[in-house]
Design a protein around this ligand. Structure first.
Ligand code: WT7
Length: 654
């Protein structure tokens, strides 16, 4: 976050109270109600979560123990049997919701499709049977690499139905990144599409899958299921590749949901950390289902007539929790959009809101800043009066963007929920409950009931005026481990702040403050993770990609504040031998990173240098590089710098 943004946030004094009419009809109607829930949950968390699990979900068999906490390993609803696909589909079929729209899909260019709960259930059952026919068994991992089409949700729910953990890989990731993830989970099947639409162009997903699997690249993948989406010609490898629509045609629609152990693995989703390869974040069945269900219900205040739209991609946790599982578990109508605003259709978001009468809209600050740039005329030319609630997620929102969202999109009548959470937390952790909690632009406000959050120093002491965001008690949606690496899980999240007297603190990796009202102000990452347009990237991943290029000797990557993207990637690079840093090489290195990771990791800037600033023990001093990248004076101690001349040369180079 830039200094200016932090400054403006600290001076924020505006308050926005929930409109009375909103509160009256809301699930949680007042600050007192929130406080009551919060206190009750804090006093007896197991009773709180146990009661909710019983009220809100269907269980084939009730649990014996709400929580088995052997820090840092938690098990929730131990002994219980349930199935999230059952909770998202089957249980609605015996109610009036059977023929309610479950999924409204807006495709590009102009395709649309609506699936009722009954129709979605049918498709999911068929795909579940297809997977079984292909030999997928409970516990086998399935890779999903898809555009934003209904089949992505169908594939996820089909996996969940038979107990095959899915790993969704964002369609913007490269073949290399896809291959790494498929290898790490040892996938047996990959579900993809011939291509997807992205800003008036086709993303060749199937070709990327072919590349990832080439030459036995991922041992164990026996089958690839391909959705026909763009209808371009794709290579279909005999014996391995099959068309989704052909398989669906002959598959039975009778597939009872498998009773899953509450702690059976539901999915693995990769996310970046400050060190090493991306981590496979493990989420399990019962706790995740309850947590996404109840957060969706109370935070988005879902009403049965609502059309709810979250603009994320299913390749990220937001898509998992708040496009697919949370909304469907609640029997809501969830809208899915394949496209994005682009030159040929800058007003597409507002058109969709008007067309479908969207009531709840959930997007990212980076998108809001892009909308601001496109001008007020676009949203003002549409009827957005159906909106009653707005949400944001992914990065801190600057108060000006918040105010614009509130005024221009929300017409000053819609509460805004600024939701702080992470891939690891499974669901939203700090957020307003829209009918209950007054908002302040730039603050995610208060913890969700059952979440004991704090701002602490590295000894675990509370330091409201500025420190690390931490969580002090387990919650049902929390990640269970890093796939295949429980030690790394322990080290990364639970030992950063050393446990004291058996009290473990979850370290989120974010800096935060707490104000006198107990409101949280999340400032951004404190580790070597950068947040580019709400996409989380490890600097080390990008550095590894750069040094895998033969011309590069060393690379150091930092984030610099960016008006639109929040942060942008700046790479400092030293070259092998006597090569010189040309403009052509800059372009090539950018292309190389795109090929290694994906377009989201393309450095905004590459700076060549003859050396990187290091300490005498050889550690790169990123703090100095961050200063240089953002054009600031180098601040703080530079006495440990090995070669002070490096700094001057870097300055001159800029
Ligand atoms: C990181 C997690 C979880 C949804 C999308 C991102 C940042 C997320 C907020 C917010 C300030 C936020 C944090 C966090 N972040 N939401 N409302 N205010 N920062 O998931 O990729 O796992 O990234 O996103 O830095 O640690 P993710």
């Amino acid at each position: 976050m830039s200094e200016a943004t932090i400054e403006s946030i600290l001076q924020e004094t505006r308050r926005f109270h929930p409109p009375a009419e909103f509160s009256q009809n809301a699930h949680i109607k007042s600050l007192e109600d929130y406080q009551h829930l919060y206190d009750r949950a804090k006093a007896d968390p197991q009773k709180f979560w146990g009661e909710l699990a019983e009220q809100e979900l269907h269980w084939f068999q009730k649990w014996d123990t709400v929580l088995d906490w052997q820090p840092p390993f938690a098990k929730w609803f131990v002994g219980g049997k349930t199935n999230i696909s059952y909770n998202c589909l089957d249980r609605h079929l015996t109610t009036w919701r059977k023929n309610k729209a479950a999924l409204i899909w807006e495709g590009e260019p102009g395709d649309t499709r609506t699936l009722t709960y009954a129709q979605l259930h049918r498709e999911v059952c068929q795909m579940a049977n297809v997977l079984k026919q292909l030999g997928v068994q409970k516990g086998d991992r399935v890779g999903i690499y898809m555009p934003m089409i209904p089949e992505a949700a169908i594939a996820m729910l089909a996996c969940a139905r038979i107990g095959a953990p899915h790993t969704v890989v964002f369609g913007g990731f490269s073949a290399e990144a896809l291959r790494d993830r498929l290898i790490d989970v040892q996938a047996r099947v990959v579900i993809t599409a011939d291509g997807g639409w992205r800003k008036d162009a086709i993303v060749p997903l199937k070709a990327q899958v072919d590349k990832a699997l080439a030459n036995g690249g991922v041992p164990g993948v026996e089958n690839v299921i391909v959705v026909r989406r763009t209808e371009q010609d794709v290579y279909m490898q005999p014996g391995r590749d099959r068309w989704w629509h052909e398989l669906q045609q002959t598959a039975s629609a009778d597939c009872p949901a498998e009773p899953m152990d509450s702690e059976d693995l539901l999915f693995i989703l990769y996310t970046s950390g400050s060190t090493g390869k991306p981590k496979g974040v493990v989420h399990t069945t019962g706790g995740y289902n309850l947590y996404t269900h109840i957060t969706t219900k109370w935070i988005f205040d879902l009403q049965d007539t609502d059309v709810y739209w979250c603009t994320a991609d299913v390749g990220w946790i937001t898509g998992h929790s708040y496009i697919v599982y949370g909304p469907l578990s609640n029997g809501a109508t969830t809208l899915m959009y394949e496209g994005a605003p682009r030159a040929s259709n800058p007003g597409c978001m507002w058109d969709i809101i008007e067309k479908h009468g969207v009531n709840v809209f959930y997007t990212a600050p980076t998108a809001i800043r892009a909308f601001i740039k496109m001008g007020d005329d676009l949203p003002k030319a549409r009827n957005l009066s159906s909106l009653r609630l707005l949400g944001t997620v992914g990065e801190p929102i600057n108060p000006e963007a918040w105010m614009w969202y509130y005024r221009v999109i929300g017409g000053e009548r819609c509460p805004i929920v600024d939701t702080w959470w992470q891939t690891e937390t499974g669901g939203i952790m700090i957020t307003p409950l829209p009918g209950a909690i007054p908002t302040k632009p730039g603050s995610a406000t208060l913890p969700f009931p059952g979440i004991i959050a704090d701002v602490v120093d590295l000894e675990g002491n509370s330091v409201a005026e500025g420190g690390y965001l931490a969580v002090k008690y387990p919650w049902p949606g929390m990640m269970r481990t890093i796939y295949g690496d429980p030690d790394r899980f322990r080290r990364t999240y639970w030992e950063h702040i050393p446990p004291k007297d058996g009290q473990y603190l979850y370290f989120a990796g974010d800096g935060a403050r707490c104000d006198k009202d107990g409101y949280f102000w999340v400032m951004g990452r404190v580790d070597d993770v950068i947040n580019v347009s709400g996409h989380r990237l490890g600097t080390m991943e990008i550095e590894s990609a750069l040094v895998s290029h033969p011309a590069v000797a060393e690379a150091a990557v930092v984030g610099k504040p960016d008006e639109l993207k929040g942060e942008d990637i700046v790479a400092f690079v030293t070259l092998e031998g006597t090569q010189s840093g040309t403009e052509e090489l800059q372009k090539e290195l950018k292309r190389h990173v795109v090929q290694e990771i994906g377009a989201i990791a393309r450095p905004g800037e590459i700076r060549f240098t003859d050396a990187l600033p290091k300490t005498r023990s050889g550690k790169i001093m990123r703090r100095l590089l961050r200063n240089l990248a953002s054009g600031q004076e180098v601040s703080g101690d530079t006495s440990t710098l090995e070669d002070r001349g490096v700094l001057d040369r870097l300055r001159e180079g800029a």
